[in-house]
Design a protein around this ligand. Structure first.
Ligand code: TPP
Ligand code: DXP
Ligand code: MG
Length: 625
């Protein structure tokens, strides 16, 4: 096989040894490598195809790890990983024990800061720059942020802070006009308006030289000249928004032209103060299927390279589908229902709602904090909003939920998708904290459906409530509980699935899938268990728990949440409050640690939360008495 350039490039130093023309060959090879490898492993293909030249140029012009490159979200860091010696590990991408889909400090000295959630890079970079200035060191700090991520509030907080800091900091804005879906909002419109400007660094320097030569005679003339300079700048130099914040704006430049990128980056490296380099790229660049459908190829499972067809799609309904369909049905009957997403209409299943009720649908950008307070505003003016959001991203809005929703006891629904284990996105994305961080908020009601039907019923129920309600459900395909006589949803009431004499399982949400099979299996072995579907995590069905304690010596609680502050600990609290000492409680939950990437089933197994392991523990506990 023909020896490729990328086979020999395992560090930024090696990259620097080749010519700029040869960089174009490397770019081609990397694209080929990414498409072929990700067709087997899956991953964030489109974003990475879009930053091939940009990443090569950055590593060509800067000296990582002395110079610090921070990747916002980090889903576009694959090319960086390839250049920094991890190409051979790509067949393990996002797999248990393999390399992560995001920057990880333990993976490489070049992964200088970990990301996964958006809009953090400028803050982190500014902190590093401040640290560098304090220790009087000399290196560059570069934040690479996408136009979608720039819509997040934190990015603006950081721009505001950096713009007046005078510190040397480079923000590379990777503008592909896309978030996961097309980017939205005023900022996106603004970037669009300056994308077409053919003016960049050289021209701006020329203008500055010309302006300097305008003579200033007398005070009023000086004022006029100053105004004229500002107007000329407004007319001729794009990016004035950033300039006014205190950044020197450079761009827009073509992010697929390596020669220009290298030339501009070399100049930017020498410039002082905060710089914003605006780079235009195409999401999915070089793979026609991804260029055409960048949203579909944002994060993709294995696919056929030729046809672009996904290989693993089963067509079975997911919880997101069920949410999406149910909310449309409910909104048909209730015109007060409005829906909000923070840049994730597809992932959350809200896209049908968007099409059916465009005027009642709001994509606020990657802005979870704003989304919650925006919903609170709608709720306080008579609407009943639903905010559909992934569990881990809702973490962003902790204070807004307390301060803007719960204190005022406003009616709104949090449709919390990707609760529990999401699998291959790892630590930053596992939704294992929501039960804990929502539980201690007064006025909040929290429910977890154990199956498809229950999600539908809980959504209907949630819109009859007068305060905030959170419904959390997992990633992936729906489960259907084997029980014909389902009881209707009633506030604070659990459901008895079956009764037995040897112990009781209380299985929250998804854990019911495991619990039902455990009960069936142990029955074959002569162990009879009660199975309870708690439905409400808050307020918890205390009556049921006390009844279970009256009947059983052993209680087993199951939840796909971290053990600290979760459902099990609430059960223990009730036992303690009632001074119940003769009942043993075993909590099955995730330990007090961050859960790495891997498939969901691997992770449940590793943490002994799969059916087989839990069954063994339950059997042993009961037999040993
Ligand atoms: C706080 C937060 N909310 C939502 C997401 C989900 N998410 C990941 S990437 C992405 C779009 C990012 O767009 P952009 O920064 O422009 O990068 P691109 O994919 O276009 O390269 C979103 C919404 C996230 N990672 N973090
Ligand atoms: C990088 C990121 O945060 C998202 O792209 C996330 O990976 C989406 O997850 P789903 O694939 O579960 O929608
Ligand atoms: Mg983008």
């Amino acid at each position: 096989m023909l020896k490729q350039f990328i086979d020999s490039i395992d560090s930024p130093e090696k990259l620097k040894k080749i010519s700029i023309d040869q960089l174009n060959i490397v770019a081609r090879e990397i694209r080929h490598f990414l498409i072929n490898t990700l067709s087997r492993t899956g991953g964030h293909l489109a974003s990475n195809l879009g930053v091939v030249e940009l990443t090569l140029a950055l590593h060509y012009c800067f000296n990582s790890p002395q110079d610090k490159i921070i990747w916002d979200v980090g889903h576009q860091s694959y090319v960086h990983k390839i250049i920094t010696g991890r190409k051979d590990k790509f067949c393990t991408l996002k797999q248990m024990g393999g390399i992560s889909g995001f920057p990880k400090r333990k993976e490489s000295v070049h992964d200088i800061f970990e990301t996964g959630h958006s809009s953090t890079s400028i803050s982190a970079a500014l902190g590093m720059a401040a640290g560098r200035d304090l220790t009087k060191e000399d290196y560059s700090v570069i934040a690479v942020i996408g136009d979608g991520s720039l819509t997040g509030g934190m990015a603006f907080e950081a721009l505001n802070n950096a713009g007046r800091s005078n510190t040397n900091l480079i923000v590379v804005l990777n503008d592909n006009q896309m978030s996961i879906s097309p980017n939205v909002g005023g900022l996106s419109k603004y970037l669009n308006s300056i994308r077409t400007e053919p003016v960049y660094l050289e021209v701006k320097e020329d203008i500055d030289q010309i302006l300097k030569k305008i003579p200033g005679i007398g005070k009023s003339v000086a004022r006029t000249v100053k105004k004229t300079k500002e107007s000329i700048r407004y007319l001729l130099v794009p990016g004035t928004l950033f300039e006014e914040l205190g950044f020197t704006y450079v761009g827009p430049i073509n992010g697929h032209d390596i020669k220009s990128l290298v030339s501009v980056l070399k100049k930017v490296k020498r410039m002082k103060g905060p710089i914003l380099l605006h780079v235009k790229t195409v999401k999915g660049k070089g793979y026609p299927h991804a260029e055409k459908l960048p949203c579909q190829y944002h994060g993709i499972g294995p696919f056929d390279v030729k046809t672009g067809q996904a290989l693993s799609e089963s067509g079975e309904a997911t919880y997101s589908d069920v949410f999406g369909n149910t909310i449309v049905n409910l909104a048909n009957e209730n015109n007060k229902i409005v829906a909000i997403t923070a840049a994730m209409p597809d992932g959350t299943g809200l896209n049908n709602f968007q099409q059916k009720f465009p005027e009642r649908f709001f994509d606020v950008g990657i802005a979870e904090q704003h989304a919650v307070t925006f919903a609170a505003g709608l709720a306080s003016s008579g609407f009943h909003p639903v905010f559909a959001v992934y569990s881990s991203f809702l973490q962003r809005a902790y204070d807004q939920i307390i301060h803007d929703v719960c204190i005022q006891n406003l009616p709104m629904v949090f449709a919390i998708d990707r609760a529990g284990i999401v699998g291959q996105d790892g630590e930053t994305h596992q939704g294992i904290f929501d039960l804990s961080f929502l539980s201690h908020m007064p006025n909040m009601t929290i429910m977890a459906p154990c199956d498809q039907l229950e999600l539908e019923e809980m959504l209907k129920f949630a819109f009859t409530m007068k305060g905030p309600v959170a419904i959390r459900y997992p990633k992936g395909k729906v489960f259907n509980l084997m029980k014909s006589d389902r009881t209707p949803i009633e506030y604070k009431k659990s459901e008895v699935v079956c009764e037995g004499k040897d112990g009781a399982i209380l299985a929250v949400g998804k854990m019911m899938e495991f619990a039902q099979s455990i009960v069936e299996n142990l029955k074959q072995e002569g162990i009879e268990l009660s199975l309870i579907n708690p439905r409400f995590i808050k307020p918890i069905d205390e009556e049921m728990i006390l009844e279970v304690c009256n009947k059983h010596k052993f209680i087993f609680t199951m939840e796909d949440n971290v053990i600290t502050g979760g459902f099990g600990s609430k059960v223990l609290q009730i036992l303690a409050e009632h001074n119940i000492k003769d009942v043993s409680v075993k909590i099955f939950a995730f330990p007090d640690q961050f859960i790495e990437h891997g498939t969901s089933s691997e992770l449940y197994k590793k943490y002994h939360l799969d059916a087989e392991n839990m069954q063994k523990t339950i059997k042993k506990t009961i037999i040993e008495g």
